[in-house]
Design a protein around this ligand. Structure first.
Ligand SMILES: Cc1cc2nc3c(=O)[nH]c(=O)nc-3n(C[C@H](O)[C@H](O)[C@H](O)COP(=O)(O)O)c2cc1C
Length: 188
């Protein structure tokens, strides 16, 4: 048994990174099994599901409970494609914004990041795919604030794409590998 464990560790180190954890069930399954979806397909998200997903963002923790965020839910395909060109019909983009320039308002950015993660996980817990994006944020803040109707003085911080996904994909087959825990975790 020990030999087998040692071999597994050596092989994994040889690969440069440990494979993604095995798919796990139980109450924490949706939190542990997440992956950044690439397998979106077209198809509408029922309003009740979308509302539950956005509620998860609203429920996120924030420093001093200041809740600095605004959630702009983009379902209009033409507008969504201006932000993320790969968006498919029925996908929703949830743009999280806060007062400031979206770059130097560090405290608000951390709060918005937590809200983004809550949305990302809630979507996957409900059986949808989700992916967090910051790549399009500069473009949004340069030219799309008014198209999106962001609140005055706000800049976009992060966005989450949510949508239906093709069957047969899970975190084991879809997620990228992670660095070995031994390089990043210290127990004292
Ligand atoms: C802050 C942040 C910004 C990201 N921005 C982008 C992006 O602009 N475009 C993109 O395709 N993916 C983006 N991603 C997704 C990451 O590439 C993905 O989460 C990472 O590769 C891990 O994927 P996995 O969980 O499926 O293994 C972003 C993720 C985070 C957390």
């Amino acid at each position: 048994m020990k030999k087998y464990l040692l071999l597994t560790v050596i092989l994994s180190m040889g690969m440069g990174a440990f494979p993604v954890f095995a798919q796990q069930g139980g109450p924490a399954g949706a939190i542990i099994n997440h992956y950044a979806a690439n397998n979106f397909v077209a198809g509408a998200i029922p309003a009740a599901d979308l509302d539950r997903i956005v509620q998860a963002g609203i429920r996120a923790p924030s420093a001093r409970n200041r809740q600095p965020w605004h959630f702009t839910v983009v379902q209009n395909l033409a507008l969504a494609k201006k932000v993320v060109p790969q968006t498919l019909d029925g996908n929703a983009l949830i743009v999280i914004s806060a007062a400031g320039d979206g770059k130097t308002n560090g405290a608000e950015i951390l709060d918005c990041a937590l809200a983004a993660q809550s949305i990302y996980l809630a979507a996957q817990a409900l059986g949808y795919g989700s992916r967090i994006y910051t790549g399009p944020i500069d473009g949004v803040n340069r030219g799309l604030k008014s198209d999106l109707g962001l609140p005055g003085g706000h800049s976009a911080v992060v966005l989450i794409r949510v949508g239906k996904i093709s069957a047969g994909t899970d975190a084991v087959s879809a997620a990228s590998s992670r660095k070995p825990a031994g390089n990043m975790v210290t127990y004292k």
